[in-house]
Design a protein. Structure first.
Length: 487
């Protein structure tokens, strides 16, 4: 296929050449009506490029196949049989993927370290989750992806399960044995869905961890805005084999997706694919060398402990994405959240993630010598300024087994049940009717339908005292909890 082409971008170029006058959405009419004060900040070209895909970039009655051409090029670029663009981010794409495999009341294996968007999908579609618990790293207080044997045991216990949803890479760059899990799933005749939101770059360099399509996964969802070069909300479904119907996937996406898809997302996805095919290896090669320099330099700074290949050597994960700079800061006497807040407030440097133990920074093809120097200078300043950061009450991290809560009701049934709000002191033993997700990283500590325990409550309440945000709880202070009412 001709990867020098970018069909959606070419369609916009032709739209501008023709000089079409549009009498339909969007109402700003390619920037004619935009407030100049907005255009001054956002840029007029954003509005000039905001064109409907149908009766704009393409014509419903005489379709030139602009979007389908772009999707075929994407599929070819990454070795998939089909690719579908999504403009609602992978939060929605994962829900769609789940709906394409399992329906209400059916069983689906899920990694329990899933982001809240996955748990939301369980509530939306009414599946019965069969939790496959991650591999806990006690020293680092970190959850790594489950292993093939974990999946095999769950499928043996639940032979009626419709498939498996695996999250890899994690927010912290640790990766699953996708091929091993896929082969277990296929042995039982079910598909493997991979939530590879952090892995859009993986197909384009052999020095990166295995890409889901190459590792025999059936359906892979990527967030191109995370590690790629497309704008926010850019997501792609990648599909192969015959265990998941392309027709079913498209219909489920139509059920959940927007009817006003952003051409800005389509165009940036299209352009990023072309860039990666033509230049991706060299760009990512430079990024990999840059990340290694940063990791080595950070490792020589007092109080910082970067994570790397030792995760794999210790048998905790199948692979590690070296473009993730994950640094344990506990030896500085502060939490990762405090480190992130200090770097933002004092240095105007925003790291990509943080939790009670660590911070992380993503290195992409967009980084250069300036960003490398800025990050290293900020890390050095953090080590020098950590003593000035006010100490906060520690977060009381539970034992890993304490996070494996009993699922007493289906998440959907609990979420929509008659509820009551009870003080935290009386919540242990009750069934949660809400998600409670400490941010960062956004993995629910309690999901709807799970039985609340004192250990998890202690963890959550100490987290709030330390400064952890819990934005999805009915009471973000966790002084009260939303539980299923007793009858």
């Amino acid at each position: 296929m001709d990867h020098s082409r970018a069909p959606v971008l070419e369609a916009l170029e032709e739209f501008r050449r023709r000089g079409d006058m549009v009498f339909g959405p969007p109402g700003h009419k390619q920037g004619r009506g935009v407030d100049p004060r907005v255009a001054e900040i956002v840029g007029l070209d954003v509005f000039r490029s905001d064109v409907l895909s149908l009766n704009g970039l393409d014509d419903r009655r005489q379709s030139q196949g602009v979007l389908s051409d772009a999707q075929e090029l994407m599929a070819d670029a990454v070795g998939a049989e089909h690719a579908f663009f999504s403009t609602c981010g992978s939060s929605l794409s994962v829900k769609t993927a789940m709906l394409a495999v399992a329906g209400p009341g059916e069983k689906l294996l899920l990694s329990r370290n899933a982001h809240k968007s996955v748990i939301s999908g369980v509530v939306v579609n009414g599946v019965e989750p069969i939790w496959v618990h991650p591999k806990f790293d006690r020293e680092r207080h970190l959850a790594h992806p489950p292993e093939p044997d974990d999946v095999r045991r769950s499928l043996q216990e639940h032979p009626d399960a419709k498939g498996m949803l695996l999250i890899t890479p994690t927010d912290w760059g640790t990766c699953a044995d996708i091929r091993g899990v896929a082969r277990v799933c296929h042995e039982f005749g079910v598909p493997l869905i991979v939530d590879e939101a952090w892995g859009a770059h993986l197909p384009f360099h052999p020095g990166l961890p295995a890409w889901g399509m190459d590792a025999e996964a059936d359906l892979v969802v990527t967030s191109v805005h995370k590690m790629g070069g497309a704008i926010e909300q850019s997501s792609v479904f990648h599909l192969q084999y015959d265990r998941v119907s392309p027709e079913a996937l498209k219909q489920r996406e139509d059920l959940l997706g927007t009817t006003s898809a952003s051409s800005l997302v389509y165009m940036t996805l299209d352009g990023w694919r072309r860039q990666m095919v033509e230049q991706g290896h060299d760009l990512l090669d430079a990024a990999l060398h840059r990340a290694e320099r940063i990791r080595l330099a950070a490792g020589n700074m007092p109080g910082l402990r970067p994570m790397g290949q030792e995760i794999v050597d210790e048998g905790l994960a199948a692979a590690f994405d070296p473009l993730k700079i994950v640094i344990d800061v506990r030896e500085l006497g502060i939490s990762g959240m405090q480190a992130a807040e200090w770097m933002r407030a004092e240095l105007h440097v925003d790291v990509g993630g943080s939790d009670t133990c660590r911070i992380s920074a993503s290195i992409t093809h967009a980084d250069d010598d300036e960003t490398e120097k800025t990050l290293l200078d900020a890390l050095r300043a953090l080590t020098e300024g950590a003593d000035s950061i006010e100490r906060r009450p520690p977060v009381r991290l539970p034992e890993p087994s304490a996070l494996e809560l009993e699922q007493a009701m289906l998440p959907r049934d609990a979420f929509f049940a008659e509820v009551e709000h009870v003080p935290a002191e009386r919540a242990a033993g009750r069934i949660a009717a809400e998600m409670i997700s400490p941010y960062p990283p956004g993995v629910p500590a309690i999901a709807p339908g799970e039985v609340i325990t004192d250990e998890v409550l202690d963890y959550l309440r100490s987290g709030v005292e330390h400064g952890v945000l819990i934005p999805d709880a009915a009471d973000p202070s966790v002084k009260t909890l939303r539980v299923v009412a007793r009858r």
